[in-house]
Design a protein around this ligand. Structure first.
Ligand code: ATP
Ligand code: MG
Length: 781
């Protein structure tokens, strides 16, 4: 095709066939890195540049905003002409555009509001409160996920009501009915609605459908294996007239079945379109031989798959390296030191990615990178200490240490829900003003005073206040004290009762926090070293270091009502402690304030933002479709990856875990590093899990192992070898990492990075594209 305006010669035969098959249904089914996305973009460029297809006749759908932006760039780079009118977007963004035009036909106006996850949660909460549905009994997330499932199955509230048999379903049905009414009254749609209403519109209004069918002569969908049923229906409807539908995917990379993505969509494409052309791509251009051989060998152990061939012309490359760490901290140190070595030998930080199975695993890695001075950014997740459940947990501990800390008390007074709503809080605030006392003291007054608050509220308040008094009396090992306070708070129980994947993720994170306390207990002699380092940084004028006192915001018990956000007064910690003790009684566990101080310092360090040169950290789920020259996969242990849920009950789940491993391995272009720990402290207790079966499935000739000790960090870690000051700052930094003491972190703000809305940390690393594309949907709207 030398007469093509684009470089079709750079494609292999199968790729070229796909690019040139512009008419009729086309399925490109191929393994990772075989150029599926490349084919999709070349094909579009070819249609516009060579065949005179108008850009506005083209619709290209992909999975995340980031992928959509990349796709747009790639198409643009291929052609001279403009792309005006071409839709290159996510399903959600497409639906918003369609609905903006014609929402009036289904009872909305075009100016409808999009409720993001937070808005929609608040609305459900209101409805439940109004209907007297107890959140303790029927957790909001459980209710919401039932409603969401019903919506995506296109079951209307009336139908859902009629089917509801169990009490939770009946409550959900009641909420669903009211939610629907309220959303309509508010002219608002939530993220599920965007998809479902679009489908409804297209089905109900043949003239609208005909319009889009006529307009979008050429439709392409990337990552088709992860579309859910509603998305599948929309794509098929839009393509029904011209049948120029190209879908691209890899059944081995289907990793979202847990949230409704249906692998059958891709496997049934040939049934939906019996005359579809099917192109298989077999050459992998991404990875070198050893990496590809490993990926193929692993995924071959799945029974439920279409056998595919995938080869590479690239040489074997270097062997995969596997490292058995003594524990999770040793693992983090090994990764950090390898990154350092790679960086010294010329690899840039941007070329490096670190993957893990669950979000909770990022914390130790973050910690080690901070110490080693490895700059990093986290994609598709929230930093551990920013997660709502971790902030809640810390608020309880801060409150016990300092009951006058109004922000902390208010944060958790009704988290988990204990019937202390905004009306009660307003009344307590009033009492604080009248008595010129702290909010917490006002709670104690309100609890004792009859008249203002109902007996029920007063009893809930008494129970809440007790947490502080009990907490202050608790003595013993720090971890046990922390555990007892968290237990007493009811946080874990509440998240557990949500009975959702997200809720379990939050429980895991809170347990992980207990690990933080345990770790602190072992190493807290280092605090002073850290203080010095921070002071040194400030003295040296390092930008980004806060000028204020870096301690916890421990405030005088009576100062709070005036200015809750004022920086702590310049009093010594012991003075402050004495003042608080006078008001609230002695704090038995002396290590607790030290822990809070240590944590506060840590977030100070977090605030030191670095440049844009950083490695990328993310869960395997967020890595889909991406590629990096150098990839680390951490935590390859049974129970972690495959995740514990992955093999407990259901072989299908184990196969999904294995597909996830396949996705992880195939992101790597040149180098792949795998690691696992002989023991791992998760949730405050130490477990010894065997090496992941996925590592064992990798052929011997492609991998080399190094064991405990070969990184130079033998035994239980260097802290135990006399260098106790090094834990956070100068010691280790200067010795092991050439003097760079502090890591830097950048928080991505664009693209698909981070679930910025909603309830954060959607789960234990099962980071839903739902979260991502939901956030993105509203972003694009
Ligand atoms: P995934 O399944 O991970 O989404 P994919 O099949 O979409 O992978 P691409 O991302 O399109 O694969 O391609 C993988 C890499 O191989 C990219 O860097 C791409 O530019 C390169 N590549 C694909 N085809 C060719 C080719 N014919 N010649 C040179 N490089 C190619
Ligand atoms: Mg791709």
């Amino acid at each position: 095709m030398s007469d093509s305006a684009i470089d079709i010669a750079s494609l292999n035969t199968a790729q070229r066939e796909a690019v040139l098959s512009t008419e009729g249904p086309l399925l490109v089914l191929a393994g990772a890195g075989s150029g599926k996305t490349r084919v999709l973009t070349y094909r579009i460029a070819h249609m516009v540049a060579d065949l005179g297809v108008r850009p506005w006749q083209i619709l290209a759908i992909t999975f995340t905003n980031k992928a959509a932006a990349e796709m747009r760039e790639r198409i643009q780079a291929l052609m001279d002409g403009g792309m005006r009118g071409m839709w290159v977007c996510t399903f959600h963004a497409m639906c918003v555009r369609i609905l903006r035009e014609d929402a009036d036909l289904i009872g909305y106006t075009g100016q409808f509001t999009i409720y993001d996850d937070d808005d929609s949660r608040r609305l459900v909460r209101d409805i439940m409160a109004g209907a007297g549905i107890e959140q303790k009994q029927f957790p909001i997330n459980m209710i919401r996920s039932k409603i969401s499932a019903a919506k995506n199955a296109m079951i209307c509230p009336e139908e859902f009501s009629a089917q509801a048999s169990t009490p939770p379903e009946q409550k959900a049905a009641k909420v669903y009915l009211e939610l629907e009414r309220r959303l309509r009254a508010a002219n608002a749609m939530d993220f599920d609605d965007l998809l479902v209403r679009t489908l409804e519109l297209l089905r109900a209004r043949p003239e609208v459908l005909a319009n889009y069918q006529e307009r979008f002569r050429y439709i392409s969908v990337d990552e088709y294996q992860d579309t859910n049923h509603v998305q599948y229906e929309i794509a098929n409807l839009l393509a029904a007239k011209y049948e120029n539908l190209m879908v691209v995917g890899d059944d081995d990379q289907s990793i979202y079945s847990w949230r409704g993505a249906d692998i059958a969509n891709i496997l049934d494409f040939e049934k939906d379109f019996p005359h579809a052309r099917v192109v298989k791509l077999e050459q992998n251009y991404r990875s070198c031989g050893n990496i590809l051989a490993a990926a193929n060998a692993v995924v071959r152990n799945n029974a439920q798959r279409k056998e595919k061939r995938l080869f590479t012309d690239a040489g074997d490359g270097e062997r995969i390296r596997a490292y058995q760490a003594s524990d999770e901290r040793d693992e983090g140190r090994w990764i950090a030191s390898e990154i350092d070595r790679l960086n010294d030998s010329g690899a840039s930080y941007e070329d490096i990615a670190v993957f893990y199975r669950t979000n909770a695993q990022s914390r130790i890695l973050e910690d080690m990178f901070l110490r080693a001075g490895v700059p990093y950014r986290i994609v598709g997740g929230t930093r551990f200490f920013d997660r709502a459940e971790i902030r809640d947990t810390m608020a309880y501990l801060k409150m016990v240490v300092n009951p006058a800390d109004e922000m902390s008390v208010k944060r958790v007074i009704n988290t988990p829900r204990r019937g202390l709503g905004s009306t009660s809080i307003a009344k307590i605030e009033q009492i604080a003003i009248e008595n010129r006392c702290s909010f917490f003291q006002a709670c104690e007054i309100a609890m004792a005073e009859t008249g203002r608050l109902s007996a029920k509220v007063r009893s809930a308040l008494a129970d809440f206040v007790q947490i502080v008094h009990e907490g202050r009396r608790m003595d013993g090992e720090l971890v046990r004290v922390v555990e007892a306070i968290i237990d007493r708070s009811g946080l874990i129980r509440a998240h557990h009762n949500e009975m959702t994947v997200e809720g379990e993720g939050r429980v895991e994170n809170i347990r992980e926090f207990m690990g933080v306390a345990a770790e602190f207990e072992e190493t807290h002699e280092d605090i002073e070293g850290t203080l010095e380092s921070l002071a040194e940084l400030r003295a040296a004028g390092v930008s980004g270091v806060p000028a204020s006192d870096a301690g916890v915001s421990v405030r005088g018990p009576h100062a709070v009502a005036e200015d809750a956000s004022a920086p702590s007064a310049q009093v010594s910690p012991s003075d402050r402690a004495a003042e608080i003790e006078d008001a609230y009684g002695p704090l038995a566990c002396k290590a607790l304030p030290a822990l809070m101080e240590w944590l506060a310092l840590r977030s100070d360090l977090d605030a030191l933002a670095g440049g844009t040169h950083a490695i990328t950290m993310m869960t395997v789920h967020s890595a889909k479709g991406l590629e990096f020259p150098i990839v680390f996969v951490a935590g390859l242990e049974e129970g972690i990856f495959p995740h514990v849920n992955g093999f407990s009950d259901d072989p299908a789940k184990l196969e999904e875990e294995r597909r996830l491993a396949y996705v992880a391995i195939t992101r790597a272009r040149r180098r792949l590093f795998l690691s696992y720990a002989a023991t791992r402290r998760t949730y405050g207790s130490t477990q010894a899990n065997p090496r992941s079966r996925f590592v064992s499935e990798i052929p011997d000739e492609t991998i080399s192992f190094s064991g405990i000790g070969s990184s130079g960090f033998s035994g239980t870690g260097w802290e135990k070898r006399g260098d106790r000051r090094g834990t956070f700052g100068s010691g280790m930094g200067s010795e092991m990492y050439g003097g760079r003491v502090f890591g830097s972190r950048t928080r991505s703000t664009g693209g698909s990075d981070a679930v910025r809305r909603g309830s954060i940390s959607p789960d234990a690393g099962l980071k839903p594209a739902l979260g991502t594309s939901r956030a993105e949907a509203s972003e694009n709207a």
